[in-house]
Design a protein around this ligand. Structure first.
Ligand SMILES: Cc1cc2nc3c(=O)[nH]c(=O)nc-3n(C[C@H](O)[C@H](O)[C@H](O)COP(=O)(O)O)c2cc1C
Length: 148
């Protein structure tokens, strides 16, 4: 059976999307079954159907808020009644430590997923403005776990 992953991103200016797209391109080139979802279009009720393994790459805006496109998804997740106990996930946050609410959305998203039973395969990663190098380290580690 092929390795199966859903890759979600929440972005305002495209940084998270570019990372998500590069991971999608990489895994599909390696024979994985993968789907790529902007949280603007993702549905909470489809989380399990999309794949049993999920990567979330999300930035934080405002004063610790989700990117505006991801607000509805996060509101729906926060108020959901859903069993995610067969889901495994990892969250990579993009942020800026000059902001008081550093990577708050990534942390809140991870907490919401855990609340509904999903298993985090890694602690949520809070990257700073030099996020690209961190992602280069994080991505293979997480893919090795989720693809095992
Ligand atoms: C107006 C503004 C508000 C921001 N607010 C936060 C914040 O509250 N916490 C944080 O960690 N980063 C914050 N950031 C940093 C962004 O999350 C960071 O630039 C990220 O790389 C953007 O990724 P994206 O292009 O995927 O949206 C903010 C940036 C801007 C320009």
């Amino acid at each position: 059976m092929s390795k199966n992953i859903a890759i979600y991103y929440g972005t305002m200016t495209g940084n998270s999307e570019a990372l998500a797209q590069s991971t999608y391109d990489k895994v599909t080139a390696n024979g994985w079954t993968a789907t790529l979802h902007n949280l603007a279009d993702a549905k909470v009720e489809d989380l399990l159907a999309n794949a049993p393994n999920a990567i979330f790459i999300v930035s934080t805006w405002g004063d610790g808020e989700p990117p505006s496109d991801a607000e509805d998804f996060f509101a729906d997740l926060s108020s959901a009644s859903i069993d995610l106990s067969t889901l495994k996930h990892a969250v990579f946050g993009l942020g800026d430590s000059n902001y008081e609410q550093f990577n708050a959305f990534a942390k809140n998203l991870d907490a919401a997923l855990v609340k509904f039973g999903s298993t985090p395969v890694e602690p949520v990663f809070s990257s700073d403005v030099s996020y690209e190098g961190d992602y280069e380290t994080w991505e293979p580690k997480v893919l090795a776990i989720l693809g095992a």
